[in-house]
Design a protein around this ligand. Structure first.
Ligand code: SAM
Ligand code: SF4
Ligand code: SF4
Length: 371
């Protein structure tokens, strides 16, 4: 009998404990990587669980009942997250975004928000503290989040047509409940609210104009995102990407828009304003116009691994340092050492098809690292 072995690797198990430099250094807020990019933005994934199974992120076939989600003991505690966040802030981080998985599924998330919102930059400023959510629990939690100190939210919504939206979230979740969540967030003062729509050819492209019409003139900013080759499970193909330039052309044909300057250097979305004063839209061209040259973002996974790129194959295990009784000064010096040698620019180097990538750079899943 011939036996067939299928080698299984779990990208989350690649371990990489950061080295503590022999000479410790005080953070200056002026860290810069090999491409002269500062560290300003930290995304923290607070859970790898989600109540949706979006086809482009957590396809049901892979994230099924047998999928090994992380045990609770593996997750960073709120105290551990806050301690690391404070260290990153001393290195220059000004913006923190909570994500996941679905961040509102993390029990008592408002307690973490309360802890993070009390942190200040070295010159005494409040953080830009925000969260990305699928909106399903927002109607229930918006007020609680605002009271805890959250500044604003970004809500993902891929279609207004119920059948299309349900096909994309793959758990039969209705559009109306997400719209109610967006309204509740607005009422609670969690603005300006951005609405993220991932555009996938052949899936929801017919929803581009209905979404633009719906959010035009509203307090919400629609952002159309190119479908990305994150993770290794979504079977990404270049021809399923609708380039942002085409999205803008389609909108412009009915609702004329003109380009406007970015709000700040490193802004990921290209801004377009309706010529009749109906507000603006954003387009995120992660595939066709990589913005690696300005990328000042670090990501912390649910179990405390630091990733210096959304497409990195391995993270640096800061949980091991936190739980290994290392001092703030040691952990801070380890962060500095990692950022200084950072040279990631995956999107600029990407291949046209995930299956062409060597396995050594197979990537972590978006639901684990946080989008
Ligand atoms: N569950 C939350 C949500 O959906 O908003 C937060 C986590 S989700 C991973 C963060 C963002 O990543 C969402 O706006 C989602 O649409 C986006 N995203 C996930 N997979 C993507 C992909 N393959 N290409 C582009 N964006 C993606
Ligand atoms: Fe869940 Fe967000 Fe991924 Fe959809 S995009 S499966 S809501 S984590
Ligand atoms: Fe940043 Fe990596 Fe995305 Fe480039 S590919 S923008 S370096 S996260």
């Amino acid at each position: 009998m011939t036996e067939k072995f299928i080698p299984l690797t779990d990208y989350r198990n690649r371990n990489n404990i950061p080295e503590i430099p022999s000479v410790l250094e005080a953070p200056s807020g002026l860290l810069s990587d090999t491409l002269k990019r500062p560290l300003r933005d930290l995304r923290i994934s607070v859970t790898d669980h989600c109540n949706f199974r979006c086809v482009y992120c957590m396809p049901k076939e892979m994230f099924d009942k047998d999928y090994a989600f992380l045990p609770h003991s593996a997750l960073l505690s709120f105290e551990e997250i806050t301690r690391l966040a404070a260290i990153f802030i001393r290195h220059g981080v000004e913006k923190i975004r909570l994500t996941g998985g679905e961040p509102l599924l993390r029990k008592n998330i408002e307690r973490l928000i309360g802890m993070l919102s009390s942190l200040r930059t070295p010159d005494g400023r409040e953080l830009d503290l925000t969260l990305t959510t699928n909106g399903s629990l927002l109607a229930k939690k918006a007020r609680l989040l605002k009271d805890a100190g959250l500044k604003r939210v970004t809500v993902s919504l891929d279609a207004l047509d119920d059948a299309t939206f349900k096909r994309m979230n793959d758990v039969d979740f209705p559009v109306t409940d997400v719209l109610a969540g967006i309204d509740a967030a607005h009422q609670a003062g969690l603005g300006p609210i951005k609405i993220n729509m991932v555009v996938k050819r052949g899936m929801n492209e017919q929803e581009i104009l209905p979404m633009a019409r719906h959010f035009k003139g509203s307090p919400y900013i629609l952002r159309l995102i190119e479908y990305m080759d994150v993770g290794a499970s979504n079977g990404w193909k270049m021809d399923e990407v609708i380039p942002s330039a085409e999205v803008v052309r389609r909108i412009h044909a009915e609702l004329p828009v003109q380009q406007v300057a970015p709000n700040y250097p490193g802004e990921t979305a290209g801004r377009w304003r309706y010529q009749d004063g109906g507000g603006e839209i954003g387009v995120i061209s992660s595939v066709t116009q990589a913005f690696c040259h300005d990328c000042n973002r670090a990501r912390l996974s649910t179990e405390g691994k630091l990733y210096t790129c959304l497409f990195a194959g391995a993270g640096h295990d800061f949980r091991a340092l936190l739980r290994g009784n290392r001092s703030d000064s040691e952990i801070s010096s380890a962060v500095a050492q990692i950022w200084r040698v950072r040279n990631d620019r995956y999107s600029e180097l990407r291949s046209a098809n995930t299956s062409d990538l060597p396995t050594a750079i197979r990537k972590v899943e978006m639901s684990y690292i946080g989008g």
